[in-house]
Design a protein around this ligand. Sequence first.
Ligand code: ADP
Ligand code: MG
Length: 462
Amino acid sequence: QWARVRGRLKDEVGETAYRSWLKPLTVGSLDGGQLRILVPTRFMRDWIRTHYADRIRALFSGENPGVQSVEIVVASAAKPDLTVTPANDAPAAPPAAKPEPVTELVIEPSPALVVVEDRTDEMSAPLDPRFTFENFVVGKPNELAFAAARRVADAQAVPFNPLFLYGGVGLGKTHLMHAIAWAIRKKDPSRRVIYLSAEKFMYQFIRALRFKDTMAFKEQFRSVDVLMIDDVQFISGKDSTQEEFFHTFNALVDQNRQVIISADKSPSDLEGMEERLRSRLGWGLVADIHPTTYELRLGILGQKADRIGAKVPPKVLEFLAHKITSNVRELEGALNRIVAHAELVGRAITLESAQDVLHDLLRASNRRVTIEEIQKKVAEHFNIRLADMSSARRARAVARPRQVAMYLAKQLTQRSLPEIGRKFGDRDHTTVMHAVRKVDELCGTDPAFAEDVELLRRMLEG
Ligand code: ADP
Ligand code: MG
């Protein structure tokens, strides 16, 4: 009966609406003419009540005249998919939130979910037109990664799988991945190349889970020729996303499709990653990008100045290459500032003007505060033990200073929320986010507290 009703409903409402709303239904008991239909969420219940209940009742009565009315109820049994999502995978879940009772889960309607056919273009993040092989300056620190990237882009068959690129922030991982994508697309536009961040991968996966659309999700990813996932460290500790990623990864490699991964660490150093995934990631070619050398920085600056058509004296380029050593992004930022400044005031670029413009930036890059320094200073200031920055103690006397330290770490370092969380006794990034908000809020309501935080900040900035 239910199968026939399902079939009819599907014909009537169409495949997409059916998948989204009606497929997850299960039929419960028939009791005194009342048929119970079970749905996974309250939101779905309301939606189905208003949109489909009449139709469902009519169809069932047609099959079985004993059905007089239909009651739509929320029941956890109807949602097996969601049980595989651990709480730590939900992006931006409030910290320390109690696990929501299943029946309370509210899912907001998403217009995007009705697109079921080919979504690969939509899933792939846009490519930066500047990130090409031509614009990539090769030097000792990145020659292996560059050669590997070129090989993957040029080879007829898959040369190694996966290609795993790793290195610190701003050293060109994303640039190389985009360059590969551009080159492949140019050579053979029919090949399906998908580039996306691990964060986006996770987001899409979770959305698919919520909407019971995992089949479509899998299909989309498993039908590509080249899959690139950037910053895979993001899914550290995200178990179900890792699981899905692992399967997608294996499916593609088995079909001899090229997979390219980047991360901030080597596969074996990726903490919070399942062992089998870590080992699998290292099976192909692992290429690291080392911190830049002076020569490479100078080369990059020269190329960049040429490209934007700016006349920059060699002395200024040398000065920058000497002073800004952290990463290429900052190097480019500095050059841009100097060029913009010269244009604005209508004067040629000189060493003096460059020094002036970069005063702030240099001070910041010379004195990079570390999370450890912040923890130490904050602990001293509030007179608590340094160990309590990472301990599990929740007493306000230690929890509040810990939040302040997290807040300052977010403000004064380039670290991401997950990285900060890890330094504070492996806490979740949502805890850090909560701390940042809390301290912000307190600074707004408690002037004495705000002064404390400001004082600490000044001490740390030096
Ligand atoms: P990552 O992904 O490793 O954090 P990106 O690829 O985003 O770093 O690089 C940061 C910036 O530095 C980008 O604008 C990129 O074009 C530039 N860049 C990095 N390495 C090079 C290089 N070798 N030649 C030219 N530009 C580079
Ligand atoms: Mg990147």
